[in-house]
Design a protein around this ligand. Structure first.
Ligand code: LR7
Ligand code: MN
Length: 661
């Protein structure tokens, strides 16, 4: 601990800063807790004290970012993996390491070997540790959802938050157990975490998936429960509306619940197994000297979401909160660095990466082009605005998150929620940012180590289809065009009206605005090809004449010869679509319908149907022999559908312009 006089001395120094008293005290508590040496204590507080002395004029109410790192002087500097170095599996442990891989789809053996509070290299770009943040940053609830997470990895995630966050900024750490089945995540986890007053564990009684688990965590942080998971279940989940120090620890359907009561400074007061009524529980609390609305109960203004296999780096939190403080509709993401799944080394990543997506809504990273960096003199520490976020790691103002309707609760288990939130934020007046001075490592894995309640691929696709239906407007055709099987399988996306109503209520902008202003480098032509539809060999074009089709001399000024080839594979002329008239090979015009195999034509994109058919228009009509191609009949006046022939020039078609392949 820390002597009384020493504490007084430090408090005096802190008093110079404009940080409020409660925060000062919390900071000291932390200093005592992590046992930093005297000189490092001084160093840590230096920016705060300096601020009070020097900056009355220029930058009032700010201090240099506290580069707190309780792990910098590690207990065991020679332990494997220390400082984020790679670790090798000893020869005689190869088999063991191999067999344990599947527990988490990464090198679980090595993870267990390295300290849960290992040090890692400070990978921040130069200048980050000198940056100023405000003294009155909002505090945050940190929400970490997990299902069957590996023990050592989960612990390392929590330790990295505890050890590298200014304690006065961490309201609480909410671990949401999405109904894990592994034994170590039950009593053993309760017991371990009872040492850390800020850690709360929320157990979900059934598997809800990442998305709704986060919503449940957000509700706990708000002190509100039941809106997302339903009132009946919530009482079972939380047991009681009282949050302070109360940790229900039951996931299964059993009636008996065990509670762990924590004192106001966090020490475990008593562990009781009981199924007390809320009133009795409240009584228990008050006897333990606690109140339902004790200070630690007061909700932090910001929610910070993290995956359960991360390592937060030095100074990661303040820059995120600084952005949110600056504007409540900024959503701040750290740079996500890489913890190797193979050797557990902590690796930095290239700077200047934006979060982007490609069709059909696949998340990815894209480097800002070098010439753009140079022309705009972009620095490594500059904020990067992102079309979309990766999904797992971000800070968002709690009330703003709630105003945005949080996540669409109709999204299931995993996937697509990052797209939904990103579109919603940008289109409804907010911003998604990557904050280069905030860095968090994440174990990237090749596969999810847990099972999906339903089929994995279908779950993600359905989520994405929901997002497309609500947010993409006419551009949803691009999504379906790149995931065409979704269109025909008529996937049931569920009720969308709450989401579309939300979009109206928030008066959000449209997707075209988003593309033009947020993600202008996305290729998003609304149709794949357009203009005349000509047969080059015969020098003629398809023309609409009343309600029928003819083959005529090409005339670029004749609107009756203009067609669009759409993402949904329609050859479209206004509301009318080119289509085989039936099994006999005649071709005509039909009212267009989006989800229709009989109106769809393959062109260029799917040469796989038969090699050499790239210039053909292949009908997908079910009742025709396959593949069947549009051709000019021998009279050279009419059109029909016949078996495809790569060498038949009467079957080769070209639009005047192609916008995408
Ligand atoms: O049913 C589940 N219940 C859960 O609680 C499934 C998962 N989870 C937990 C899980 O234990 C983990 O802590 O949710 C967290 C995220 O699941 P991961 O780690 O399997 O996801 P991921 O890292 O492969 O995927 C990324 O995309 C997801 C899409 O839904 C989420 O948004 C993840 O948070 C996100 N991760 C990141 O953004 C980190 C960087 C990866 C990238 C790109
Ligand atoms: Mn992850």
């Amino acid at each position: 601990g820390m002597g009384r006089s020493r504490q007084k001395q430090l408090l005096e120094r802190l008093a110079l800063s404009r940080m409020d008293r409660r925060r000062q005290e919390k900071l000291l508590e932390w200093l005592a807790l992590v046992g930093l040496g005297r000189s490092r204590q001084e160093k840590l507080l230096e920016p705060l004290a300096l601020d009070g002395q020097e900056q009355a004029g220029s930058h009032p109410r700010t201090h240099r970012v506290l580069s707190m790192d309780a792990t910098l002087a590690p207990r065991d500097p020679r332990a494997p993996g220390q400082f984020g170095h790679p670790v090798a599996v000893p020869d005689d442990k190869q088999e063991e390491a191999k067999s344990r891989w599947k527990e988490g789809n990464f090198n679980v053996y090595l993870s267990d070997l390295i300290p849960v509070d290992r040090a890692i290299a400070d990978t921040r770009p130069a200048g980050c540790s000198e940056q100023q943040v405000h003294n009155d940053l909002p505090t945050t609830s940190i929400i970490m959802c997990f299902v069957d997470e590996v023990w050592s990895t989960l612990l390392r995630s929590v330790h990295s938050v505890l050890g590298r966050s200014p304690p006065h900024l961490v309201q609480e750490i909410i671990l949401v157990d999405d109904c894990s089945t592994k034994e170590h995540l039950k009593e053993q986890l309760d017991a371990y975490m009872s040492r850390f007053p800020k850690v709360k564990i929320l157990r979900l009684r059934e598997r809800h998936g990442l998305i709704r688990a986060r919503l449940a965590g957000a509700e706990v942080a708000t002190g509100r429960t039941g809106a997302v998971l339903g009132p009946v279940r919530t009482t079972e989940v939380l047991g009681t509306p009282l949050q302070h120090g109360v940790r229900p620890s039951q996931c299964t359907k059993g009636k008996k619940r065990s509670w762990l009561w924590l004192g106001s400074s966090g020490e475990p007061r008593r562990a009781v197994a009981q199924s007390a009524a809320p009133r009795a529980q409240r009584e228990l609390l008050s006897r333990a000297g606690l109140e339902a609305d004790a200070p630690t109960c007061a909700a932090g203004a910001v929610l910070t979401f993290l995956d359960s296999h991360v390592e937060c780096n030095v100074g990661w939190l303040e820059p995120l909160l600084e952005r949110v403080r600056m504007s409540r509709n900024k959503v701040a993401c750290p740079v996500i660095e890489v913890i190797s799944d193979k050797d557990m080394s902590y690796m930095t990543v290239d700077n200047f990466q934006r979060g982007i997506f490609t069709w059909p809504m696949n998340f990815g990273w894209r480097q800002i082009p070098q010439e753009v960096i140079e022309k705009n003199k972009i620095k490594e520490t500059d904020i990067i605005r992102c079309p979309v976020m990766a999904g797992g790691l971000f800070s968002i103002e709690k009330k703003y998150f709630s105003e945005l309707g949080m996540y669409d609760p109709g999204l299931d288990v995993w996937g697509g929620e990052n797209m939904e939130l990103s579109f919603k934020v940008w289109m409804c007046g907010g911003e998604i940012e990557i904050v280069p001075c905030s860095r968090v490592g994440h174990i990237f894995r090749n596969d999810n180590p847990y099972s999906f309640p339903k089929d994995r691929v279908r779950t993600v696709e359905r989520n994405l289809a929901r997002v497309a239906e609500v947010w993409l407007d006419e551009y949803k055709e691009l999504f379906y065009g790149h995931a065409y099987h979704l269109l025909l399988s008529a996937v049931d996306v569920g009720d969308l009206s709450p989401q579309t109503q939300l979009r109206e209520r928030l008066r959000c902008r449209n997707f075209r605005w988003y593309l033009q202003n947020v993600y202008p480098d996305l290729e998003a032509p609304l149709v794949k090809a357009s203009g005349l539809l000509m047969n080059v060999a015969l020098a003629g074009c398809i023309a609409v004449e009343g309600t029928t089709l003819a083959f005529r001399e090409c005339d670029a000024n004749n609107t009756n010869q203009k067609f669009n080839y759409t993402w949904l594979r329609l050859v479209r002329h206004g509301e009318l679509c080119l289509a085989p008239a039936g099994a006999l090979g005649a071709v005509g015009l039909h009212r267009c319908r989006a989800r229709s195999r009989s109106l769809a034509w393959l062109h260029r994109s799917l040469a796989t149907v038969q090699p050499g058919l790239t210039e053909h228009l292949i009908s997908e009509h079910q009742h025709l022999p396959r593949p069947a191609c549009l051709e000019v009949d021998p009279s050279r006046r009419a059109l029909r559908v016949k078996g495809c022939d790569p060498r038949n020039p009467r079957q080769k078609w070209r639009f005047s312009s192609y916008h995408a392949d």
